[in-house]
Structures are given as structure tokens and as C-alpha cells.
Design a protein around this ligand. Structure first.
Ligand code: FE2
Ligand code: FE2
Length: 146
């Protein structure tokens, strides 16, 4: 079994691909594909945030005894990400191309910064502190329903 960095870093890539596909469809005003691709992006993000908030962060906090540190900041950023995705869902529902592209640009910047912090700090730290429990944490994340 691999590392937290490999598992969740790979999931970041998968979410990014769906994000880019949905954005391209909106940019072309291809609303049929845009609805479908956005739904898939949103579902992938809901699952990713749940894997972190319900499995990884509690395990990290239990092993470091710190629930006010990096995980607290990540949870706050998740809320900003959720708010933007919710507004994007409204823009897709209304076929509002300009609104969607403005929001998706903001989300893209926020998500890239957030993912970078996780991939350079939180995930490597998690791989270190979880020790022998790491595989069980990855299995618990895999078990989160898509
Ligand atoms: Fe995150
Ligand atoms: Fe993440």
C-alpha cells in the first residue's frame, strides 16, 4: 500500500482533471456536457473533503495531539472551497457562463494553494506521524462512498 501523499495527491489530480473538463465545457457553452462534468467534479470534491475531514484529519490530530494547528486551517479553507462550488452549481444551473468562469478562476487559485500546502506539509507529516496506522487510514479513506 502506498503513502498518504500518493493516495490523496493522486486524488487531487483526478479532481483537477474534472475541474478543467467542466470549465472547458462551460467556456464553450456546451451546457449538456457542462452539467454532467460539473456534477462529477462536485461529487469528487465532496468525497475528497470527506476523506480528509472524517478520516485523515482526526487521525492526524490524534497522533499529534493538536487540533488547532494545520488541520484547523485546512478545514477553514475547505469551507471556502465548498462555498465557491455551491455558487458554481448555481451558475451551471442558470447556464450563467460569466458567473461560472469568474468563480472557477477564484476556486482554481484557492485550490492550487490549498493542495500545495497539503502535498508539501500536511500529507508528508501525516505519513510520518501515522506510522503503522497509515495503511488502515488509507483503507478507511478508500471506504468513503463515492
Ligand atoms: Fe484539503
Ligand atoms: Fe486535499
Amino acid at each position: 500500500m502506498g503513502t498518504i501523499l500518493e493516495y490523496l495527491g493522486g486524488d487531487h489530480r483526478a479532481c483537477d482533471e474534472l475541474f478543467a473538463s467542466a470549465e472547458a465545457a462551460v467556456a464553450q457553452k456546451n451546457w449538456g456536457s457542462a452539467h454532467d462534468l460539473f456534477d462529477r467534479f462536485q461529487a469528487a470534491m465532496v468525497r475528497h473533503l470527506a476523506m480528509e475531514e472524517n478520516v485523515l484529519f482526526p487521525a492526524f490530530e490524534a497522533h499529534t495531539g493538536n487540533s488547532m494547528g494545520p488541520t484547523q486551517i485546512m478545514r477553514m479553507e475547505h469551507q471556502q472551497i465548498r462555498d465557491l462550488i455551491q455558487n458554481m452549481a448555481r451558475a451551471v444551473a442558470n447556464s450563467n457562463h460569466n458567473s461560472y468562469l469568474g468563480l472557477s478562476e477564484t476556486l482554481n487559485m484557492l485550490m492550487q494553494q490549498h493542495n500545495m500546502k497539503e502535498e508539501t506539509m500536511l500529507y508528508p507529516m501525516s505519513d510520518q506521524v501515522l506510522g503503522s496506522e497509515r495503511d488502515a487510514v488509507i483503507r478507511a479513506m478508500e471506504a468513503i462512498a463515492p
